[in-house]
Design a protein. Sequence first.
Length: 394
Amino acid sequence: MNGTPKTRIATISELAVIFPDYSPRPEERKQQGKYLLIGGRNINDSRLEKTDKDSYVDDTQKDSFRRAIAQPGDIIVSTLFNRRKLYIYRNTDPMAVVNNSCAIIRTPENNDYIVSYLRTLKGQEQFLQDAAKATSGALIPRLSLSALSNIQIPLLPLSELQRLGDDHIESSTTDDLIVLRDELQSKDAQIAELREQLNASRGKEEENERLKSQLAQVATYYEDRIRKIGSQISTNDLKSRIVHGETSKFEFKSSLRWNLKAKRNDNNIGLATLKTIVAFCNTQGGELLIGVADDHTILGIEQDHFANEDKFLLHMRNLITDKIIPSVFQYVEYELVTIDDKRICWVVCKQSKEDVWLKPDKNTPEVFYVRSGPSSTELPPRDALRYIQEHFQK
């Protein structure tokens, strides 16, 4: 019986190069200058912050200075005193030199695995724990470069790295996500090198297949990260729009089937959602959030008491299929997104090319709705006919 494959391990020194800090002489320190001197005090909650105690330095030709100039993708680790901190330097950060309270982990251009790993919440947490354990010194605790280089990093499959990275993406601000997306879009060196190796291996069938598989995995990983980041940017934007309330193209529903006042399932709750979808399709399109109250409170789809998310989505699909005529699936898309740790349903409706009707039940005539300001309005038959003639091409 085969057991679970054991995760391979590598030390930091096997994955990257560690550079020491730069210690400027007192006369080199200035209140203003070309480079900010980065120390542990500048790293807070994985952010780089300026303080009123900062010093600056100007250019010098010393090798130790040139090596300590921060580059995008550099992993800066605080090494002095007890609290370990971590920051991944960005191309949008001020020009900086790392001072003597930190060290730099610099990866080769064609292998930034350690950067991807340390961008995950679990990866950061584990690294900082290991760095704290490796810190020594009773009087002035310090993480030595030797101890830092021997910290072990698990070499996870890309699928597992993606899963861990999702938590980091979901907790990031829109500004952080935009920077991360730009970095990923420019990180094509690894893919380019794999393609060169693939071209050079023609005629070597086994090696060719191995490189093809590796290239596909790496390309898929970056594409998935970029898609995930784009989706999270949209979700963050959604949260800010909720604060500003409903409009003619943006509406909230507390639930899909649960009557919050009566505390029971209620078919009329579902019909109210369908009414909005029909009205959006008949007008200029719009967005509906299920799981958000009129007062902007994020309730989540948990209010509907479905066994799981799949049951919620199936119920949503069945409602649209059974009660909206004709089919609107080419105009209506919906997905579950996370806002403030609650799952809500985000429904996006495009304007239909034909008139759309709601069929509440077998014994009730079809009803025609349009948007009128921030509400959905039923049009009587004569008005509906006139509206259809004016707005839809047959």
